[in-house]
Design a protein around this ligand. Sequence first.
Ligand SMILES: [Fe+2]
Length: 208
Amino acid sequence: MNRREFIVCGATLVATGCIELKACNLGLGKEPNDLMPPFFSLPDLSPHISLQANQIHYNEHFVPVSNYVLNEYPLVYDVRQYNSYFNHCHYWQGLSIEPSIPNNFVKEIIKESWGSFSRLYNAVKEKCFEVTGSGWLVVKAFDSREIVIDFIGNDDEKMRSNCLISIDIWEHAYYLDFRYDVEAYIDSIVNLINWEVVNQRAMAAQLT
Ligand SMILES: [Fe+2]
């Protein structure tokens, strides 16, 4: 996308509302931003994440970033703010208190790469301890079937369509409930994985 297309895309956004953003390639990669919702409401994640902690995370961190990105774009464009917005959308979309299960394909690719979900889960926790600084833990499908664990420092990148599960490991995501106990936070997050969404993401990763 050249600069003119970039600006036209942004002008479309301003003229028609943020839904158009879904169809715009912002020049950050080849993938459309098809996982980005215009806005969504605060998800209920209690008791695994307290309402107070989630409200602070959502209202005091996410909403200002959302307003900045959606209101100012493209006149003021900050790639990290944009990535932060997108990554938080990805994170919350992937969490739910409603019970769900991985489909056969997701079970199969996890088993192929890790032997079992519990081994993947333990590896995610080990990865947390290797991380210094803030960012995102990501479970993603590499070459459509191989499941790998990755880390995005800060908001240097946005989630790609092969990202199946994202975990916000900025302190603002867990400190109020768990202080520095990241492991306890991960133990809570695993109860919240929205496998219906993960199943859809795995399917999309197959197609890219
Ligand atoms: Fe966050």
